[in-house]
Design a binder for this molecule. Structure first.
Ligand SMILES: CC/C=C/CC(=O)SCCNC(=O)CCNC(=O)[C@H](O)C(C)(C)COP(=O)(O)OP(=O)(O)OC[C@H]1O[C@@H](n2cnc3c(N)ncnc32)[C@H](O)[C@@H]1OP(=O)(O)O
Length: 748
């Protein structure tokens, strides 16, 4: 009966709009002031249910105006005698993406979330949250303030505040443990993990899950609970269930976050807040939550993490110095893709493409290697499918030993050895075989895209794609446009990246592109520090305390020293005499002795066996360094962590400024996203360019000048002109740097 009268989603949105219009005229509001641009709308459904719809596209974030509207509309629902219960939902199939993060950058105005949610929970009429799409952060906290929660089966729920350097500060740290218990709450709040509706139901986070119309289901529930006691439904009044092993649980959680957070303060505060829920009455727990939140809210880490959140979205709005842009370039549809070369990278790329639903032709020249690749790729797909609970996309891939098999594909991703001669040969072949218009993309970590494009009939179709290993897992993709790449080719590469669930950053063509180009001076400094008296352990410890998952030497041992050695040999750096410019052959000398890192059981550290993973200081390496210094006239001196950080990081940042100056990256966000997602730069430090702003550009400049004066033979320590210009321009904030780059005479 109720559902027969209930409008479809479309009709319902229209009904809401109509009643919103009536409501606006009833309250005599002025729509011209934008008040009703972002708000909540009210309508009455099924006679006695007040329906409040959050309306703030794209994710119905709880902006000041939305919060005020919600309060006003709840008051209205409570004051209407005909209304017996209330349903809160979000427009366009999204319940709520949480507090409006953009507001965090300015002085917060409008009614605060905490009393708003408390009032909701205190309501004498039952309130049901109809959750579709997402209920995240403040959105989930709002739902926790409601008396019942109905979710659509495709909804994702979570408290991701920790990823923004915060904690769920609108009662989330106090209500969630009371509802789902301490172990689950600790895990969800400290990781920020989203859960599916099915898991939410299992945890008791939601009361009901539907595959059908969520609002219909919520209204049905609202009708059925009207007039019933709400005593047991107010989460704040419930006792937090405390397991007997709670102390050990908190101890373990604290150790875990301290280990994995590497200096990030939010996860630690999250554990403390949940501990308050377990040990204090609700009101006192809320006070504790508020205090912890206040500390986090104004911290540099929260600013860094929120900057990174927006930067990861900003990079999709790419542009090139020649004027090509994301909003004026249309990608071409791609249905069938070929991957050439099924080594580690080619296999990962094949998996990522198949998982994105694309048909793939996977090519490897030798039958034996092809079969081995097929076995490995199938295993990867099966494991991935098991994790996602979906069938593996095995049938998306056709394997072939014949390069002719790529004749009818729309796009090729070449992933053969990182060797220009080999790649050139493949590109000439592809250009002859492929149908006209086929995009030819190359997976390379730094080779010249223009040189490769010159091998083809249509250089405008050539673009670089720098995948990071493992290619089916890592989120980052550097999309490298050459001098002649068409805007359509760039747009298509960006689109394919998005389809593979990657964050793609469009960058210009230069040796090493953005990521590896900046890595060079960083690695060089680490080698020079060894020459001057440091040990690999000292350098790594400084970098790991800064927040890197692994220091530079442990990382080199893991990825293999021979890779860099091969590149240096190809560039003739190993054999060249380096007169004006300092060059450390330490890495080469280790490779000459067969020390390639973990794979050989020896590198900058020693391991118990080839392939071993536990790095131990190596006395042989220490005495080797001593002999090396003695032979080459280096006098070992005491080097502290501060010098390690300044030399390694400021040299890397200086290269970042050069990259901006050369217009290889279109803004500092591009660099910061690349470094956080591809090079494990600690996320809570925003990225190298954001960190430079936090340290202060004048200080970076001063320190680079100081070190450059001491080491005139290290050009990478010479401050670049953009850095000087920014300091001369009064150190503008990071979002204004591009103005100085575009207008060198700018006086901000
Ligand atoms: C008192 C302080 C209390 C704080 C508690 C909080 O609530 S903190 C906020 C917690 N919420 C989140 O962390 C959610 C962040 N958003 C997301 O995870 C995702 O955006 C999404 C909601 C899962 C949607 O993902 P999708 O891939 O569909 O879209 P985008 O990520 O590209 O986002 C679309 C645009 O929406 C902007 N946006 C998203 N969430 C918010 C938000 N909470 N506040 C403001 N703006 C938000 C996002 O920036 C995108 O816009 P662009 O213009 O493209 O940048």
């Amino acid at each position: 009966m109720i559902f027969g009268r209930y409008p479809s989603r479309d009709k319902q949105d229209k009904a809401i709009a109509v009643s919103a219009k009536k409501f606006r005229s009833a309250v005599g509001s002025d729509t011209s002031n934008g008040l009703f641009g972002n708000m909540a709308l009210y309508s009455r459904v099924s006679g006695s249910v007040g329906l409040i719809t959050l309306q703030n596209p794209p994710v119905n974030a709880l902006s000041a105006v939305v919060r005020q509207s919600l309060i006003d509309l709840m008051d209205r629902a409570l004051s209407e005698p005909e209304v017996k219960s209330v349903v809160i939902c979000g427009q366009n199939g999204k319940f709520c993406g949480g507090a409006d993060i953009k507001e965090f950058r300015s002085d917060m105005t409008g009614p605060p979330l905490v009393p708003m949610i408390d009032r909701l929970e205190l309501s004498s009429k039952p309130v049901v949250a109809a959750i579709e799409g997402v209920a995240l952060g403040g959105g989930l906290e709002l739902a926790l303030g409601c008396h019942y929660r109905v979710a659509h089966s495709k909804t994702r729920l979570g408290l991701p505040e920790v990823t923004l350097g915060l904690l769920p500060g609108a009662g989330g740290t106090q209500r969630l443990p009371r509802l789902v218990g301490i172990p689950a709450a600790l895990e969800l709040i400290t990781t920020g993990r989203h859960v599916t509706a099915a898991e939410a139901l299992q945890l008791g986070l939601v009361d009901f899950v539907t595959d059908h119309n969520t609002i219909e289901a919520a209204v049905k529930l609202a009708l059925s609970v009207a007039g019933k006691s709400l005593d047991s439904r107010r989460i704040s009044t419930c006792k937090c269930p405390r397991p007997p092993y709670a102390d050990a649980l908190f101890e373990e959680a604290m150790q875990r976050v301290r280990r994995s957070a590497r200096g990030a303060i939010a996860p630690v505060a999250c554990v403390q807040a949940v501990h308050a829920a377990a040990t204090l009455p609700f009101a006192r727990g809320m006070e504790q939550e508020k205090q912890l939140m206040a500390t986090l809210f104004t911290s540099g880490q929260a600013r860094a993490l929120q900057y990174q959140f927006f930067a990861q979205r900003a990079v999709s709005r790419w542009s090139t110095p020649s004027g090509a842009r994301w909003d004026t370039s249309k990608p071409r549809p791609v249905h069938k893709v070929a991957v050439i070369g099924l080594g580690t990278m080619g296999r990962g790329i094949t998996v990522a493409l198949a998982q994105a639903g694309l048909s793939v032709v996977a090519v490897e020249t030798h039958e034996k290697q092809l079969m081995e690749a097929k076995r490995v790729v199938s295993g990867m797909l099966e494991r991935g499918a098991k994790r996602l609970g979906a069938p593996p996309a095995l049938d998306k891939i056709n394997y072939s030993c014949e390069i002719q098999a790529v004749a009818d594909v729309d796009l090729v991703i070449e992933a053969v050895f990182e060797d220009m001669v080999v790649k050139k040969t493949v590109f000439r072949q592809l250009s002859a075989i492929c149908k006209p218009g086929t995009f030819l993309f190359t997976n390379t970590s730094g080779l010249d895209i223009d040189e490769l494009a010159a091998q083809t009939r249509n250089p405008e179709l050539v673009v670089g794609m720098h995948f990071f290993a493992p290619a089916h897992v890592m989120k980052l993709l550097e999309v490298v446009y050459g001098r002649r790449s068409s805007s359509q080719a760039v747009a298509t590469a960006m689109k394919i990246g998005k389809n593979m669930d990657k964050i793609s950053v469009a960058v210009g063509n230069c040796s090493g592109f953005v990521g590896n180009r900046m890595l060079r001076p960083y690695l060089d400094q680490a080698f020079f520090l060894l020459e001057e008296g440091a040990t690999p352990e000292l350098v790594d410890q400084a970098l790991e305390e800064f927040g890197f998952a692994m220091g530079v030497f442990r990382m080199s041992d893991l990825s293999g020293l021979d890779i860099g050695w091969k590149v240096r040999k190809a560039k003739e750096m190993v054999s060249k005499t380096h007169q004006d410019c300092r060059y450390s052959p330490l890495g080469d000398l280790l490779c000459e002795r067969g020390r390639f890192g973990q794979k050989t059981g020896r590198g900058w550290y020693q391991y118990d066996k080839p392939g071993g993973r536990v790095a131990k200081p190596d006395p042989w390496l220490h005495s080797f360094l001593e002999k090396y210094r003695a032979q080459r006239g280096f006098v070992a001196r005491r080097i502290d962590h501060q010098e390690v950080l300044e030399r390694c990081l400021y040299a890397l940042i200086n290269e970042g400024f050069r990259i901006l100056e050369d217009r290889i990256a279109s803004g500092p966000e591009d660099i910061d996203v690349i470094y956080v997602l591809g090079y494990s730069w600690p996320r809570h430090r925003g990225g190298p360019m954001f960190y430079a702003q936090m340290v202060g550009l004048s200080r970076i400049l001063e320190k680079l000048e100081y070190y450059h004066q001491l080491h005139l033979d290290i050009p990478s320590l010479q401050p670049c002109s953009l850095l000087r210009k920014l300091v001369a321009n009064g150190r503008p904030p990071i979002h204004k740097w591009v103005e100085v780059i575009k207008n060198p005479h700018s006086h901000l």
